[in-house]
Design a protein around this ligand. Sequence first.
Ligand code: BES
Ligand code: MN
Ligand code: MN
Length: 457
Amino acid sequence: MENVIQYINSNLEKYIEELKDFLRIPSISSDPEKKSEMLRAAEFLMSKFSEMGFENIKILNPDEGHPVVYAEKNVDPKKPTVLFYGHYDVQPVDPIELWTSPPFEPEIRDGKIWARGATDDKGQLYTHLKSVEAFIKSGVDLPMNVKFIIEGEEEIGSPSLPKVIKANKNLLKCDVVVISDTSMYDEKTPSITYSLRGLAYFQIEITGPNRDLHSGTFGGAVMNPIQALCDLLSGMKDKNGKITIPGFYDDVLPLTKKEREGFKKLKFSEKAYMKELGVKELFGEKGYSTLERTWARPTLEINGIWGGYTGVGAKTVIPSKAYAKISMRLVPNQTPQKVEKLLKAYLSKVVPKSVTYKLETLHGGEPALTPIDNVAIKTAALAMKKAFGKEPVFIREGGSIPIVVDFGRTLKAPVVLLGFGLSTENLHSPNEHFDLNNFHRGIQCSAYFLNEFSQVK
Ligand code: BES
Ligand code: MN
Ligand code: MN
């Protein structure tokens, strides 16, 4: 094992250069104009697998969606098998003017690599490719069978992947699924995430009069759709931060006493959090701490709102239409389907007759809760300790990786969420970056995991 770690340490510079090449590909999944870049990113990965002597390298969904890349390296059918999952797609870059260096021209500053996708998820995903390579290239036997499944649609809700997993159940058969697409509790504390929130995302269109109206001639006589929308949205949450949609909390799995105590022990500083975010006060559901609110309680956010006149100067107008994008983070055991039904029932009751509305469901994903009492998690904790020099903490997180549930359900394998990112690394915002020290430790951690898991399983 020492040789493998040695190999990783002396090849770090090369790994960083390769990661830069990967980061240069603008694989924004939501942008139809980037279709060819998606293929380029998939081909980049496939060429890396091919250089490592992987077998069965292919795209599992040649006919629809951005390519899902698959590759495997079999050493011995008697040895256990790990399936690594990650995503090569990234979020859009706007507002572009706020980036210090261009999003697809990776740069190293302050021991970090700066580019869109650096921490979410290209950099984290790449740790696993390089840990496997370190075994192969240093001449140490790869201790177990390795499979990779890497998608390009995670940031748009993984529309193709559930079907791909179901259709390839045998191909993907494994003893454990390892995913590095989450964060560490803080820069000093390695972490294993055991729960993620789900998501239900909607767009609402409110229509008032059949055309834009002069606000003098008609003002005071008809409901303004923007007003109706604002009333509707503000009525969805009360002043205690509780969501008012009837039935919304019915399926929410309460936090256990042990969890609440565990969260408290993390000594989360609300003061430092406020300072980092530039706010003077926090707001959330009454009766819960910030960690509880973001990790284990559902929430509703307005992601965007528009309508009427927003150009220069003034225009006296009552618009015909108003729009909003709203999303709800869900926790176990809520489901996007049930929440959609509840929202529909709510809208049919509260939207006034003076306007009409249309609701569109954009995407969703189930929350995940992964058992932590198994050898996969114990081995992951040991690997983290070896790589980071410190016991990991067990945390939940507020973000979503919709496919996690499908892996558990369809492949019946434990899922391990090994996070090497940091919540301060600007994922989804300008100046995304990834700490190179954590990149390095992440590669080591992955190598330790392969070595240890092959011995306990
Ligand atoms: N890697 C994130 C999820 C994440 C973020 C987990 C922070 C833990 C902490 C992932 O790429 C992501 O952004 N997911 C989306 C899912 C959505 C588009 C369906 C999310 O959470 O908004
Ligand atoms: Mn991600
Ligand atoms: Mn993301």
